[in-house]
Design a protein around this ligand. Structure first.
Ligand SMILES: [Zn+2]
Length: 378
């Protein structure tokens, strides 16, 4: 089993981090996360610096203190959100070599500059375990010129982020054995030459983890496994790799066998809010790495899960557990009855009670941690 020590704490790999953009996995508190076996979360630097803000975060001692979260925290640089925002509405800002310029007013007068150094400094204020360098994110339809620009800027920004990271390590008194890790995303879209160049230049600077930057989707919008495989091969065999934003249970299993160990994704909680629940078709405790590898090779991973749309009328009177192979707080049985049955969860969604979101999220997240635990079983 692969382990990693960050800031003096051991974590097992692979690890899955749910989306907690604003310091909360929506509808769930930190105790909920522990109850379903989660060891880490992914927060967003840019959003947290807006709310609650840098001053409050400094005063309370960082995001872990605010959340009362003893686990792992990875923080996204905030770049992806800003790029998406500006791409949708160029009136809101522009990308320059110095950093991301944001216009505060409609006449583009007041400007805020968000630099690679700002992002790292703010991630130290958050107190993250894995910090992510600000990168230039080219849109999926970008031409080669734009891809080249994105790669060159990503490399330059990563170099600046590394210098700031080392400065902050000293300032905060971290030792080499007891420090956070720094991740650089590899950009270059699906252009082999630029992606390889980006990876080589980032390795010269030296990072703890290399991220899968860009969209892992082919021209038809389908998940592109060969793109992910090629990206993994761009760094040495024993590298730590983070599949940023990935993915479905099947994506996670396949990418784990390609050499990725870190995953973060909004899907289980987002699907839960849309009444889409994951159900194991067989007992996940009987799955291990070897069996999952075989299912991957035989292209049978889709046999592991089914989806259950809890809003459907057929569940109104279904008193079974959401999944017979799940031990989440809903599916656990007392005197043969699940704590929360399909019928009750269906009812809670129908009447629009907030608890439905929380309960469905707990179940879906437990499905993910059961899968991660199976991948750790050699
Ligand atoms: Zn469950």
């Amino acid at each position: 089993m692969q382990k990693i020590n960050i800031k003096g704490q051991n974590y097992q790999l692979p690890i899955y981090l749910p989306d907690a953009t604003l310091g909360v996995a929506r509808n769930l508190d930190s105790l909920d996360l522990l109850r379903v076996g989660l060891e880490g979360v992914m927060v967003n630097t840019y959003h947290l610096i807006q709310k609650p803000g840098e001053e409050i975060l400094k005063k309370v001692g960082g995001i872990k203190k605010l959340m009362n979260w003893s686990g792992f925290v990875s923080s996204d640089s905030g770049g992806f959100q800003l790029f998406s925002l500006i791409q949708k509405n160029p009136e809101l800002g522009k990308i320059t070599d110095e950093g991301i310029v944001l216009y505060n007013g409609p006449k583009k007068q007041k400007k805020t500059l968000f630099t690679p150094e700002d992002s790292i400094r703010m991630q130290f204020t958050l107190g993250s375990d894995v910090m992510i360098c600000l990168d230039d994110f080219s849109p999926p339809a970008a031409n080669e010129k734009r891809i080249q620009e994105s790669v060159e800027r990503t490399i330059a920004w990563a170099g600046r982020a590394k210098i700031e990271f080392e400065r902050q390590l000293k300032k905060h008194g971290f030792t080499a054995e007891n420090r956070p890790l720094l991740l650089a995303p590899i950009q270059g879209h699906n252009h082999p030459k630029w992606r390889e160049f980006c990876s080589q230049e980032l390795q010269k600077i030296g990072f703890d983890i290399y991220g899968l930057g860009g969209w892992p989707l082919d021209e038809n919008g389908k998940f592109d496994y060969s793109f992910c495989h090629k990206n993994a091969e761009l760094t040495p065999k024993d590298s730590l790799r983070f599949a940023l934003g990935v993915g479905t249970p099947e994506n996670i299993v396949r990418l784990f066998f390609m050499g990725y160990q870190f995953f973060d994704c909004v899907l289980p909680t987002r699907d839960a809010r849309h009444q889409r629940l994951y159900v194991f078709n067989s007992n996940p405790l009987e799955l291990d790495r070897e069996k999952l590898k075989l299912l991957t090779t035989e292209n049978k991973l889709d046999e592991i899960f089914a989806h259950l749309y809890i809003g459907k009328g057929q569940f109104a009177t279904d008193t079974q557990a959401v999944s017979e192979f799940c031990d989440c707080p809903l599916c656990q049985k007392k005197l043969g009855q699940p704590q929360v049955s399909r019928a009750y969860l269906h009812h809670l969604f129908k009447i629009g009670d907030g608890s439905a979101f929380r309960l469905a999220s707990l179940h879906n997240l437990r499905t993910y941690t059961l899968l991660i635990e199976a991948l750790r079983r050699a």
